[in-house]
Write a protein that binds this ligand. Structure first.
Ligand code: HEM
Length: 181
């Protein structure tokens, strides 16, 4: 990936501070590792669901439409009718969308500065797709509902808060990248 124009700073939003502060001591590094592991492990579990890309893709858009019934989602090449009919156009995109999450989770590694730079670059690309900050918020809430449905009892309070931290970090950095701060 291209080198980011912006380096990590200590002045970012809460999730970023949360992550960076976690890395300041050995114990904190353990907490960071546990948070990321929790997300990895639960995502691996989701990936065991049959045809998970289709299943998660459909469920995610279902929740997104439910949470934001008036949103236009103009960045997509398909419309709600395509979604309702599970048209090829929608299904291809839905799978791509889930692969997008896969890629992002794979990016989470031991070096938060590298991850942050990648997310920041990705945010710039999303701004060009027409994705707005509000869409990240809707997607975060939709994702939590989908994970709760698919993981059932395994979506524990710890799993939920780990996803909240990780998604918060990713989306905040991407939004910063999309607005160029
Ligand atoms: C933390 C949240 C998100 C992550 C980590 C993420 C990640 C990605 C990745 C890795 C790609 C493929 C690489 C690229 O095109 O640069 C992508 C593409 C894309 N994303 Fe996201 N994304 C997020 C949120 C969103 C949201 C909220 C929307 C809109 C509702 C969105 C819409 C798109 C679109 C339209 C594409 C282009 C797909 C295409 O090539 O047709 N993303 N995203």
């Amino acid at each position: 990936m291209q080198q980011s124009k912006r380096k990590a700073t200590k002045n970012n939003f809460f999730p970023l501070l949360f992550f960076q502060n976690l890395l300041t001591s050995t114990m904190d590094a353990c907490a960071y590792f546990e948070t990321v592991s929790e997300v990895y492990d639960s995502w691996e579990r989701v990936k065991r669901v049959e045809n998970y890309q289709e299943t998660v893709g459909i469920a995610l858009f279902d929740k997104m439409f439910m949470l934001a019934p008036d949103e236009e989602w103009g960045m997509f090449t398909w419309n709600r009718e395509d979604f309702q009919n599970k048209d090829e156009k929608f299904m291809t995109f839905a799978k791509k969308f889930v692969r997008m999450l896969d890629m992002a989770i794979d990016m989470l590694g031991p070096d938060m500065e590298i991850v942050e730079e990648q997310m920041y670059e990705l945010g710039g690309a999303h701004q060009r797709y027409g994705v707005l900050p509000v869409h990240f918020d809707i997607m975060g809430r939709a994702l939590a509902l989908v994970l709760a449905d698919l993981l059932g009892d395994r979506f524990t309070a710890t799993t939920k808060s780990s996803w909240k931290s990780v998604y918060g970090f990713m989306s905040t950095t991407m939004i910063q990248g999309s607005v160029g701060i």
